[in-house]
Design a protein around this ligand. Sequence first.
Ligand SMILES: Cc1ncc(COP(=O)(O)O)c(C=O)c1O
Length: 376
Amino acid sequence: MKMFDVYPVWDINIVKGEGSYVWDDKGTKYLDMYGGHAVISIGHTNPHYVDMVTKQLNKIGFYSNSVIIEQQKELSEKLGKLSGKEDYQLFMCNSGAEANENAIKLASFHNGKKKVIAMKGSFHGRTSMAAAATDNPNIAAPVNKTDNVIFVPLNDEAALEKAFAENEISSVIIEGIQGVGGIRVASKEFLRKIRELCDKYDAVYIADSVQCGCGRTGTYYSHDWAGVSADIYTMAKGLANGFPIGAIAISPKFMPKYGMLGTTFGGNHLACAGAIAVADEIMEHNLIENARVMGDYLMGELRKMPQIKEVRGRGLMIGVEMPYDTADLRKKLLFDEKVFVGSSGNKNVFRLLPALNITKEHADQFLTSLRKVLTA
Ligand SMILES: Cc1ncc(COP(=O)(O)O)c(C=O)c1O
């Protein structure tokens, strides 16, 4: 059997990682400013993480949600503290798409309505309603198409009000900063308007924090910079530093009922151990603050480079827009300078999504490499 060939891959075989560096099978060292796609939040092979996951695996790796799993309680307490949402409730699953599926479903259970407002340029995942709420016809198969999703332009308050006035809205799903969409920031005013309209029309505000959450942008949930809370936050990528996991944080106004949501693997001992280790590291080393400081530094330096058209983002979720397709630039960064960065749905934009504990030395190494490539 061979692999189902759905990923265009670089011809690089990564075999080892440490902090913000990875090595290929030939011993070449690369700076990871991509974080394996916003997943590596506390650095590769972080010692506390390796220790927690290893110890847990040696005790028990998995048992089903039919028994008490103490680690779930510890994780929900730590995430409540980190996010300032101690009264929210945690439900765990296995991926970002699954987190969004559960959020949209829970909203519909809650208010009995069907229609979902999503944003133009959005990405919410590749399954069922997550694919339907994603603004990309290439990932929605005919079976994913539905009349239940209404797309409005990001930050267009009038279009949002119109969609609410003309439809029975169950939920609004929005990324705090669109990732795949090319690092487009949801404005404070727009997020506040979503809160206001959801309250007015008994709809649910779903904050897709799969990429922009877990402290990456300088607040635990990037949406919270608007000063209003969402009803449900969805998480995945950075939550357990690469161990597959998804989760939703649910406002206390939602009443759980047995069987309402469920999963075989979600919330297992190993996933919890990985996520607890990440939460510990974030707390102990003030990584949310570091993301803010390092992000400001990187963006400040990038904005001084005359070749760059625009720099967008917050914290360590940064989009660099060039006046041309960045494919060649990314290739040069990778093969000449040995630096990983990410692409985006907008060919002219490349993304920086490094670990939250990068240092000024990492940032300077990247900036030197980029200057070199831009002036070559
Ligand atoms: C904002 C956002 N939501 C959801 C997803 C889907 O997550 P997963 O690939 O874990 O299903 C992604 C993945 O890139 C994402 O960026």
